[in-house]
Design a protein around this ligand. Sequence first.
Ligand code: GRF
Length: 202
Amino acid sequence: MKRLRTAVLISGRGSNLQSLIRACADPKFPAEIVLVISNVENAGGLDHARAANIATKTISHKSFASREEFDAALDTALRDANVEFICLAGFMRILSDWFARRWEGRIVNIHPSLLPAFKGLNVHQQALDAGVRVAGCTVHYVVPELDSGPIIAQASVPVLHGDTADTLAARILTEEHKLYPLALKMIAEGKVELRDGTAVFA
Ligand code: GRF
């Protein structure tokens, strides 16, 4: 079986990376992780990758004069590893329009809100401040505009009385860990694709 050659881009602890690694450990899973790139040295997620014998690379954005140069270095590393698909998992850099267009339809992100509600940062607090009774997470295609690409999959959780941003984040994270592998499976099996700016399901 040909497996989709996937890279995961991280900046931190990498619990979503870990859930993808677990899913890909099954030889029948239709995707494999061939490279993990972090823009932050010593990001915790790099240890998960190393423990699974996955190639890692740190490309610090601080070593580059501009966003475009950083993105070009990312692109080179991805192409050198023959990467076919990218999962952003807690990757805390905004990608240039150039990069998003170059990888259009071949790059997704997981975001801890039910998009299109609550984009950007501090999303759990945004949800609490808005008083919503249901929150959740979204896997979506990446487009130049932040947190705005076509939606592939979502999972919801209740917002409970007395929730803090941390308790809500933990409840959502549990769902993220199920949703991201599910979405990657759908993509790798060709059950969803980006066509003319829309997620089309087979
Ligand atoms: C997750 O909540 C993800 O949705 C968001 O950043 C967080 C990353 O967590 N984009 P982790 O590094 O995967 O544990």
